[in-house]
Design a binder for this molecule. Structure first.
Ligand code: PLP
Length: 389
């Protein structure tokens, strides 16, 4: 199991982003962590090795990434996985058949699909609730509840969960609080400070930030829980390759430079769209019109680049999706480039239509991931695309 270097926690965020978890290569002094493309390690004698036996169990490039993101989240341990979904799947292996989990009703569609179509059949029990109201979390907890899983802000409805209240409700029931911090990143939101037990990410998104790999990571403070997840990581083996770890690690080095620009562009684009289309059509926690704006200001230090538009009909949504030029039509988010997508048919297609309707994920929703391009060009693109929409 990978534990942070304690002295990394003394540095500020930007210094941690660049240096945490990484020490000059002992062989050459290379300042950048090498990509250890190896499956195994030669041993000096039977049972005599340098701490590395087989690369599913340990890989120095992976360990550097795990230590780096753990330090950014203010955790003690990090475990990297082959994708965000592989991470969630491995986290669920902390539990056993019959255990009960309370889950936010508007989590990423793939998380819902994993729970509802696979893990439910293995005996885990799930209750989905609107976690905007912490009382609903408490009400849903029953004897046998082992975990509460939330995502805040949610994908794509940008709903927030009060993390302190969610932690209190989970802990009151003797359950763990697991937080998907993919949208906000540790730069804008620190779930451990509010009582979270496990924080996880799709590193595919903002942490990597360049849309050139798929990965996931879980961060923990508790040593005993980390020991169990370390066992699962090795036993189930959903580990990332070293090159993907290296790409994610290259990404985190500029997280503190990219996030303010995503945030600035997000705020400017949201304000501009609210003026063009009307407040009621733009869902962004940074707008005063967002029903949880006050919580967003209290819990997050920035709002990021994710904006959802409610255009009222599939026809209007499709027109916008096909007209933008800089905002490219594609799934995913969090990269330097701006993307536009249609949640109902893309990221949330795995959620049954009736359930999408109950949640409010209508065919008229469009999701924007604002990149770090020049704001004038982004607004120009949206101007031509919304003209006469
Ligand atoms: C909030 C959130 N969590 C988890 C995931 C899953 O991550 P991955 O695609 O890396 O498996 C995604 C993917 O879009 C996501 O948006």
């Amino acid at each position: 199991m990978t534990r942070i270097f304690d002295d990394d926690l003394q540095a500020g965020f930007g210094t941690r982003a660049i240096h945490a978890g990484q020490r000059p290569d002992p062989l050459s002094g290379a300042i950048m962590t090498p990509v250890y493309l190896t499956s195994t390690y030669v041993q000096d004698g039977v049972g005599r090795h340098k701490g590395y036996e087989y690369a599913r169990s340990r890989n120095p490039t992976r360990e550097a990434l795990e230590r780096n993101v753990a330090a950014l989240e203010g955790a003690r341990h990090g475990f990297a996985f082959a994708s965000g979904m592989a991470c969630v799947d491995s986290l669920m292996k902390l539990f056993k058949s019959g255990d009960h989990i309370v889950c936010g009703e508007n989590v990423y569609g793939g998380t819902f699909r994993l729970f509802d179509r696979l893990l439910r059949h293995l005996g885990l029990r799930f209750t989905y609730v609107d976690t905007r109201d912490p009382a609903r979390i408490a009400d849903a907890c029953v004897p046998g509840t082992v975990a509460v899983v939330v995502e805040t802000p949610t994908n794509p409805l940008m709903r927030l969960t009060d993390l302190g209240a969610a932690a209190a409700a989970a802990h009151q029931a003797g359950a763990l609080l697991l937080v998907d911090n993919t949208f906000a990143t540790p730069f804008f939101q620190r779930p451990f400070d509010h009582g979270a037990d496990i924080v996880f990410h799709s590193t595919t998104k903002y942490l990597n930030g360049h849309s050139d790999m798929i990965g996931g990571i879980a961060l923990l403070r508790d040593d005993a829980l980390a020991e169990r997840l370390g066992f699962i990581q090795n036993a189930a083996g959903a580990v990332p390759g070293p090159l993907d770890c290296w790409l994610a690690l290259r990404g985190t080095k500029t997280l503190h430079l990219r996030m303010p620009r995503h945030d600035e562009n997000g705020r400017r684009v949201a304000a501009w769209l609210a003026q063009r289309l009307g407040d009621e059509h733009v869902i962004y926690p940074g707008l005063a019109s967002h029903p949880q704006h006050e919580l967003a200001c209290r819990q997050m230090s920035g709002f990021g680049g994710m904006i959802t538009l409610d255009l009222g009909s599939a026809e209007r949504a499709h027109r916008l999706l096909e007209r933008t030029r800089i905002f490219s039509l594609a799934e995913s988010l969090g990269g330097v480039e701006s993307l536009i997508s249609h949640p109902a048919s893309m990221t949330h297609a795995s959620v049954p239509a009736t359930r999408r309707a109950e949640l409010g994920i209508t065919d008229g929703l469009v999701r924007l991931s604002c990149g770090v391009e020049e704001i004038g060009d982004l607004l120009g693109d949206l101007d031509q695309a919304t003209n006469g929409l």
